[in-house]
Design a protein around this ligand. Sequence first.
Ligand code: NA7
Length: 293
Amino acid sequence: MRVAFLGLGIMGQSMASNLVKAGHEVTVWNRTPGKLVEGAAVAPTPAAATQGAEVVWLCVSDTDAVEEVIFGKDGAALSLSEGAIIADSSTISPSATLKFAEKVAAKGVAWVDAPMTGSKIGARDGTLVFIVGGEEQNIERLKPLFAAMGKKIFRMGETGKGQATKLAMNLQIAMIYEGFAEALTLATKLGVDSQQLVSLIEATMVRSGVVEYKAPFVLQRDFTPNFPLRLMHKDIRLTLEAAKEARVKLPGLQTVEEIYELATEEGNKDLDYAATLTLLEKWAGVQVKGKAA
Ligand code: NA7
């Protein structure tokens, strides 16, 4: 398929590369020039990349970035062909997604929201899980592309439902991790060995995919970003906004948001979100240690 891929960040660069490897004809664009994908053509603007594309795949930071890339100066909307599909793997506002979809529908273009989970390793290995909203027939057309970048697709309903579900998923990731970080901090302060605590967690119903994934990094104090704190913070804010629009109260997440705010003030926004632990450690006057540390 002819694909314009817009946004070559941590996730987008690997995703576009996997599309090329699967034999698709890919033209890439990134706001900051110089990011390349072997085997893909490079366009100077989103509009130029979109010329003649059957699918425009987006993977940029946030709602404003999606708006700019599609509807801004030299945006993709200027050269969308009738019958094209926009697939958006950025995590953005569900209500803004509906507005954007309505705008491009006037040009005969469909919008599929396709945020994903699986972090940079999943993007690199083509094992992402896509959480998708849109018409079944459009998702069907995108299947070869999904297959090149991921291992599973969950269709959650019409356009917008992918983003809504992604927020509900990240809400849990953020809160489960904070629970783990608080438990580690308290246990360390009370003199419990953190490696032993992790072994116990893994042997009991307290275990979770989040802890299983994060514990080895945390115990080695490796906070290099798999999923940067700034992006999780963005998702937490999006979730709180969506909850406000829907008149849903999320008091637990509200508190977690304050921790992210403070972690950002501490200068940790570009570390992995696991680095929120360091704030708890600072308050408690302890440092969690693993066997290897
Ligand atoms: P990164 O690595 O922070 O990459 C973000 C990308 O978005 C990168 O290509 C940026 O371009 C681009 N970006 C950011 N703002 C804009 C604007 N205003 N216009 C155009 N392009 C922009 O994020 P990830 O790849 O980890 O994640 C991407 C999304 O997937 C995000 O929603 C996550 O929550 C999930 P730059 O190179 O800075 O010029």
